[in-house]
Write a protein that binds this ligand. Structure first.
Ligand code: CTP
Ligand SMILES: C[C@](O)(CO)[C@H](O)COP(=O)(O)O
Length: 235
């Protein structure tokens, strides 16, 4: 699948500290099936025929990146040591760093380093659904559980209707110039879509699946391992 007029680039924010993981090392470098977690994420993105190049945004003082051999990915993978204090700032710094190599209309797929179970079909579905879209959009899954709002004593204040509610995932896919402008004016957002929404636009929801989980807490690492092991042979 080619986009003809516009190219697709991936930006992978990987400058977080993984505080909720409570481990000594940043979670992107924790071992997952014998490799650093981030290697699974980057491997899928670099192997995708719809993505032209993968930029990974690392913290300025990252000591770990150079300890691993990234040569198998060749020039499809480019590290940028320009992470910021928040995820949004890391993405924006990455966008600024690649300005000279990018056209305004190129598509940017932002994908968390911490989502190592990304599969080729997630990328292909997203790009297929959005390539002709005016705004862009995100992978997401409909909320499956009944939702409760707590009061100050951890008792249920009320039950929130789940109709129409989705959990946002990544990749999140927007045009280069639109995304840069959006993040420049909305710094305190937890995903790219929120910044686009703040400009009055309405990104598309593209249905993914729960296997594309974010490794946030220690248990997630075991879940990710199980998902990757049981997916073998499918790809
Ligand atoms: N300043 C930051 C913070 C986060 N991220 C990246 O954004 C992704 C999603 O963020 P999250 O899961 O919240 O990662 P951490 O910030 O590392 O974790 P925590 O919030 O538990 O500290 C991760 O790949 C993380 O490395 C980043 O590039 N720069
Ligand atoms: C972008 C994201 O992964 C969508 O689910 C998420 O918002 C980022 O995680 P954070 O923990 O809120 O930084």
């Amino acid at each position: 699948m080619r986009t003809h007029t516009s190219r697709c680039f991936a930006i992978v924010p990987a400058a977080g500290s993984g505080s909720r993981m409570k481990s000594e090392h940043p979670k992107q470098y924790l071992p997952l099936l014998g490799e650093p977690l981030i290697r699974h994420t980057l491997g899928v993105l670099c192997a995708s025929p719809v993505i032209d190049r993968v930029y990974v945004v690392l913290s300025v003082g990252d000591q770990e990146w150079d300890r691993h051999d990234w040569r198998p990915f060749g020039d499809r993978l480019v590290p940028l040591f320009c992470g910021g204090v928040s995820r949004a700032e890391s993405v924006l710094n990455g966008l600024r760093a690649i300005a000279e190599h990018t056209a305004e209309s190129d598509w940017i797929l932002v994908h968390d380093a911490a989502r190592p179970c990304l599969a080729p079909w997630h990328i292909e579905t997203l790009v297929h659904e959005l390539i002709h879209d005016e705004v862009g959009g995100i992978l997401a899954v409909p909320v499956a559980d009944t939702l409760k709002r707590e009061d100050s004593t951890h008792r249920i204040a009320d039950t929130v209707a789940r109709d129409g509610l989705w959990q946002a995932q990544t990749p999140q896919m927007f045009r280069y110039v639109m995304l840069k402008r959006a993040l420049e004016s909305a710094r305190h957002v937890t995903d790219e879509a929120s910044a686009i929404e703040a400009m009055g636009l309405r990104p598309r929801l593209v249905r993914g699946d729960p296997t594309n989980l974010k490794v946030t807490y220690p248990l997630d690492l075991h879940l990710a391992e199980w998902i990757l092991q049981h997916r073998e042979g499918k790809e």
